[in-house]
Write a protein that binds this ligand. Sequence first.
Ligand code: FES
Length: 109
Amino acid sequence: MDKSTIVCRCEEINIDEIETAIKNGAESFDDIKRLTRCGMGPCQSKVCFNPVSEIIADCTGKTLNEIGLPRFRMPLKMVRMSALAQESEDGSVVSVFGESVEDGESKNG
Ligand code: FES
């Protein structure tokens, strides 16, 4: 495969950038993520995790089990903002926890 082939479509990271990160010491998907932003796009590594893990395995000789899974953060799937916040009866915006989120601050109330 050509080194310019994009493996992370969201962040436009190609094979050459992944291999450079590995040469600079990356040994896991999370290491690659920190060095290149690969996996930080809207799909949150759902598309690029497998091909990047295979590149790590090829370059380091590790098995896919040794490479392991990336650290996932919430939410694990796309969530509509209306599921997280809504307009209250008095017209203010409140989170699902009933907190006011006016002026960008979360206030208990
Ligand atoms: S393809 Fe890598 S984060 Fe989406």
